[in-house]
Design a protein around this ligand. Structure first.
Ligand SMILES: Nc1nc2c(c(=O)[nH]1)N[C@H]1C(S)=C(S)[C@@H](COP(=O)(O)OP(=O)(O)OC[C@H]3O[C@@H](n4cnc5c(N)ncnc54)[C@H](O)[C@@H]3O)O[C@H]1N2
Ligand code: MOO
Length: 394
């Protein structure tokens, strides 16, 4: 059994960034930019008024009057010139006439017969947004996972298409004679396939496409057939059949199909029988079948692999700190990822692992906010100690 850190390194070595493609800006939310985007224009492209009011020259005192000689609205600049003693009616977003040095707010003037009079001295802000204040032509946005705010910036930069990394297609293969899909009527000795649904949601939240393949029954032929169906995926994920039982066929069948194994079995709880490798050029992750084990392994291995394929910085699932609520005995030779509840407080949140850590309990997993991380050979812990955890709510 190898350690989690070593296993992750080997898993990440299987995953390389996928080719890039161009997508319209309107479809780019959540996608991962593959190259910097470079602005082709200044924003604003002219000195722009920040307020509705009057553009004037100088710092006039209270009582000063100006003849209104024209109007500048957003999208309609004033071309007629401006002299001292004159004002141009102006609206937010309009180009400020080049001669003007400030905009006075309409609330600060009285208007009579085309003449404005200042109620108070025009001091303080000029209410002009200088050309290029937001960004200039040539400024760039560095590659990142695109959030809605980033899309607004790219649009303002006049970038209609973004170069992004292709979404990894993840084939999800549940295995086992005991499984039927939700909505079907199981025999008395069957259960409902549940893991694939969490895994599909997890990979899609990460920016990949999850493809649910038919459940592979516990025969070598059927498993081979479904693995063949997955050969055009970017990542093959099997669920179950990873352990040592007579019906655990994934390792055997994959090996016969040419799996170059990167590892099998790790010093981790839950998730000991995890395997990974390359099957005919496609990276493969063999998750254990126990529901909690498969989902915990997805957080620790599958999501980092997807981040690597998306060209994002890839490494371990991000860790945070919390204060332990209860005493814990020493942790033996397998790192333990304990399902736990977090209570937010001032300072570090409080973390309390559930009493039962059975890897079949989905109801407890649904109540869990976090995985409390206990490294290999972690000593006994006292309440109040600061510990690492991985968020399940992110
Ligand atoms: N003699 C040993 N037995 C087991 C060991 C071991 O070291 N020696 N390891 C245990 C551990 S730890 C785990 S984890 C499980 C994992 O085994 P498999 O990956 O072979 O998983 P299965 O046997 O196929 O299934 C385990 C369990 O999970 C249920 N399951 C499977 N797939 C799904 C699914 N898609 N949705 C919902 N539930 C699923 C399945 O019905 C079983 O109950 O092995 C231990 N045994
Ligand atoms: O590793 Mo198994 O995942 O403990 O249940």
């Amino acid at each position: 059994m190898i350690r989690v850190e070593e296993a992750l390194e080997r898993a990440l070595a299987l995953a390389s960034p996928l080719p890039v493609e161009k997508v319209p800006l309107a479809s780019a939310s959540g996608r991962v930019m593959a190259r910097p985007a470079v602005a082709t224009r200044d924003q604003p492209p002219f000195d722009a008024s920040a307020m509705d009011g009057y553009a004037v020259i100088g710092d006039p005192p209270a009582g000063a009057t100006f003849a209104v000689v024209g109007e500048a609205a957003a999208g309609h600049g004033w071309q007629g010139g401006l002299e001292p003693g004159q004002a141009v009616r102006i609206f937010t977003g309009a180009p400020v006439p080049p001669e003007a040095t400030r905009v006075v707010l309409q609330e600060d003037v009285t208007v009579e017969a085309g003449v404005i009079r200042l109620a108070s001295a025009a001091t303080g802000g000029a209410h002009i947004r200088p050309k290029g204040q937001d960004f200039r032509a040539g400024d760039s946005l560095s590659p990142r996972r695109l959030r809605p705010n980033d899309l607004a910036l790219l649009a303002a930069m006049n970038i209609p298409e973004v170069t992004v990394t292709r979404r990894p297609v993840v084939a999800l293969i549940a295995t086992g004679d005991e499984l039927v899909m939700p909505g079907e009527v199981p025999r008395p000795d069957q259960i409902i396939a549940s893991n694939s649904f969490a895994l599909k949601a997890l990979v899609e939240a990460e920016g990949a496409e999850g493809r649910l393949l038919p459940i592979a029954r516990d025969t070598e032929d059927e498993l081979r057939t479904v693995l063949d169906l997955a050969s055009d995926a970017d990542l093959i994920v099997t669920i179950g059949g990873a352990s040592v039982g007579d019906h655990d066929l994934v390792g055997k069948v994959a090996a016969e199909m040419g799996l170059e194994r990167a590892f099998y079995k790790i010093a981790m709880r839950p998730g000991k029988p995890l395997m990974a490798g390359r099957l005919r050029d496609v990276p493969m992750l063999g998750l254990p079948g126990n529901p909690v084990s498969s989902i915990v392994c997805a957080h620790l291995f599958l999501l980092p692999m997807l981040r690597a394929m998306l060209g994002l910085p890839a490494g371990p699932a991000p860790m945070r700190r919390a204060e332990l609520a209860v005493a814990l005995p020493p942790n033996p030779a397998r790192a333990h990822y304990m399902r736990a509840r977090l209570t937010p407080r001032e300072g570090l949140p409080l973390i309390e692992p559930f009493g039962s850590q059975d890897s079949a309990l989905l109801r407890l997993l649904a109540q869990a906010d976090a995985l409390l991380v206990r490294p290999v050979d972690d000593p006994a812990r006292e309440p109040g100690e600061a510990m690492d955890y991985i968020s399940l709510n992110a």
